[in-house]
Design a protein around this ligand. Structure first.
Ligand code: ATP
Ligand code: MG
Length: 318
């Protein structure tokens, strides 16, 4: 951690979820929430809980949804100095209902919420100036100003010898246009660690088999590619270590939201704390699995000690 905290830029929001499974929000129904959320926020909560220094550039409204998030992140140990409070705009929100097939219906208020006003501030500049690592969350590109701040942060941190990680968290719409594609390609060319899941591997690499995709990404100079496989676990690929598989831990999935964010944050932080890839992968696998056992996007975030306990309490699938 000699090079300073891991930082990111992106959306903070509350999540309010239906308590029943079904289609959408066309009728009155019981809901539970607000839960603190936003992929970049979940990620930073897990970085801090793992013992890493963490900070986030973001914006919330002057309301309870904003206070709920800022208080949670501060309690977890995240530097909240660069979270701006925007007068006259509400904190972002997402209403979520799971369908019987596992897909989700959403009502989002992000781009037009306070999060949409995320901008470079004096506090953001100060946080970037002491950062040692930039994590880029693809979902943040839904915010107009996020791309420019991330580019500035990456240039600054790289110039000081720092590193970059990228979770594409891709919506296909993001890479469909020429500009979105350029953005993804720019990030692939600077990132040291790539954290794709599912078809993101193929979209990012332009290849259509796992083997070809991994080979293309490593050949392009990305040092580590860690593929998230949901309940099946994860795999790590690098020139130095070849392929390392971590089978999924057998858990009861209560709420899958946030698993990928916890996974990535635990992996990155363990590596930045000096662990070798197999140990970092084991913690990451546990962080993702633990998070799905709790309702709420960041309610299952755990410290390394809690992850040790969790690993001991569940048995690995064969
Ligand atoms: P997200 O929905 O947050 O974007 P993702 O698609 O990026 O998630 P996943 O592969 O769903 O990422 O989950 C990340 C990691 O969490 C997996 O690689 C695995 O280690 C763990 N994980 C997720 N779901 C489960 C599960 N049901 N059982 C065990 N482990 C799980
Ligand atoms: Mg993901």
């Amino acid at each position: 951690e000699a090079l300073g905290p891991t930082i990111t830029v992106g959306e903070i929001l509350v999540e309010i979820m239906a308590t029943t499974v079904g289609d959408g929000f066309l009728a009155p129904q019981p809901l539970i929430g607000p839960f603190p959320s936003g992929a970049p926020a979940i990620f930073m909560s897990q970085v801090a809980r793992c013992g890493g220094a963490a900070g986030i550039v973001a914006a919330v409204g002057a309301d309870d949804f904003g206070r709920l998030n800022v208080e949670r992140l501060a309690r977890d140990g995240v530097d909240v100095s660069a979270i701006a409070t925007i007068a006259g705009k509400p904190t972002g929100s997402a209403f979520v209902r799971y369908r019987a097939d596992g897909n989700r219906d959403f009502v989002f208020n992000i781009a037009h919420s306070a999060a949409g006003d995320t901008a470079m501030t004096g506090e953001a500049q100060a946080l970037i100036a002491r950062a040692g690592h930039v994590h880029v969350m693809g979902s943040a590109f839904a915010i107009d100003g996020a791309g420019a701040i991330l580019r500035a942060a990456i240039a600054d941190v790289k110039a000081r010898g720092g590193s970059v990680s990228f979770d594409p968290n891709l919506r296909k719409e993001l890479v469909s246009g020429a500009e979105g594609r350029r953005l993804v390609d720019d990030l692939l060319s600077v990132c040291d660690l790539l954290l794709p899941s599912g078809e993101e591997l193929f979209v990012a690499s332009g290849q259509d088999t796992e083997e070809a995709a991994i080979e293309a990404l490593l050949a392009a100079g990305i040092a580590e590619v860690v593929l998230k496989r949901g309940a099946a676990g994860s795999s790590h690929f690098s020139r130095a270590h070849g392929r390392i598989d971590a089978p999924g831990l057998t858990v009861e999935e209560v709420d899958p939201t946030g698993a990928g964010d916890c996974f990535g944050a635990a992996y990155l932080t363990c590596r930045r704390l000096g662990m070798a890839p197999p140990q970092a992968l084991a913690y990451a696998n546990a962080a993702g699995a633990r998070n799905v056992t709790r309702q709420g996007p960041m309610e299952g975030v755990g410290s390394l000690a809690e992850l040790d306990q969790f690993i001991a309490s569940v048995s690995a699938k064969g």
